[in-house]
Design a protein around this ligand. Structure first.
Ligand code: NDP
Length: 273
């Protein structure tokens, strides 16, 4: 019988991370889930939980050392942990933005730096970075979140060139809205909304509508399994809508993309056009 692949999933305590950890464990993978408080994470059959806060270098180092001491290697790293921030860019305080980048960009970077030496030594590995449709198509009032996912996209593409010769590859997973607690958990910029109030409210309404009819995290988990088990491709939009948006972004004229995005978020037409 082939050896079980060892998979590490950060943010395995809820949403996409929990669904992925469960599905992979059900399908014969040896799964290690990271949670900020592993004692409070709901147990998932076949998943070993450890504590990791991806904003904390020491916590990341300890977690990865623990997995390596238990399993001897890491075949797949899924950088899933992430946070969102809603609010106008003008009103965003730097510490609010910094926390998003610390989690969504430097978090994966810390995990990658901790895991790569063992993957390079084994001359084998796959790193799946959970980006978003907002990683290639920015939306209003989620500008800091969108820019963190754009940064993750750039980091991933560069890294993939650097580590390919060691037989380690990087995948960008690009889900569209998914029915998780990301939105409920999202921080809101603290400063009063002021002149942006009506537009922010329209955006929040549009996002809530999208989330209501959004696919479950199970769909993303199934895509993650398919990514691990299928031939390599850097960008992996999840589902029909994300694939369509990815194509539209690449092939549609910029003006048409701009108009369609403003319509989706309940905005008026551009004043200057
Ligand atoms: P959830 O809020 O349900 O899950 C987020 C997870 O990240 C939680 O397990 C949380 O752990 C963990 N997390 C947050 N901060 C840290 C940290 N500092 N260290 C370690 N873990 C942390 O949201 P989703 O499941 O939706 O999000 C998972 C990923 O999917 C994110 O990267 C998100 O950007 C991405 N995504 C989500 C979409 C959506 O519509 N839901 C769409 C596209 C991408 P804890 O329990 O400790 O809080």
């Amino acid at each position: 019988m082939p050896e079980q692949k060892v998979v590490v999933v950060t943010g395995a305590s809820s949403g996409i991370g929990a669904a992925s950890a469960r599905l992979l464990a059900q399908n014969g993978y040896q799964v290690f889930g990271g949670a900020r408080d592993s004692r409070r994470a709901n147990p998932i059959p076949g998943v070993k939980f450890g504590t990791v806060d991806v904003t904390d270098e020491q916590s990341v180092a300890k977690f990865v050392e623990w997995v390596l001491s238990e399993a001897g290697r890491i075949d797949v790293l899924i950088n899933n942990a992430g946070v969102s921030l809603l609010g106008p860019i003008e009103n965003t305080a730097i510490p609010e933005a910094a926390l998003v980048f610390d989690t969504n960009v430097f978090g994966p970077l810390r995990m990658i730096r901790a895991v790569l030496p063992s993957m390079r030594a084994a001359r084998s590995g796959l790193i799946i970075n959970v980006s978003s449709v907002l990683g290639f198509l920015p939306a209003p009032f989620m500008g800091i979140y969108a820019s963190s996912k754009h940064a993750l996209e750039g980091l991933s593409e560069s890294l993939d060139h650097e580590i390919r010769e060691f037989n380690v590859r990087v995948v960008l997973l690009e889900p569209t809205f998914t029915n998780t607690k990301l939105d409920l958990n999202a921080a809101h910029t603290e400063a009063p909304l002021g002149v942006y109030t009506a537009q922010v409210e329209a955006t929040i309404e549009a996002v809530q509508d999208q989330i209501k009819s959004a696919p479950s995290p199970q769909i993303v988990a199934e895509k993650i399994r398919a990514v691990i088990e299928s031939p390599y491709r850097l960008r992996q939009p999840v589902g029909g809508q994300a694939t369509l948006l990815s194509r539209l972004r690449r092939f549609m004229p910029a003006g048409a993309v701009d108009r369609s995005l403003r319509k989706t978020f309940g905005f008026s037409k551009n004043r200057s056009s």
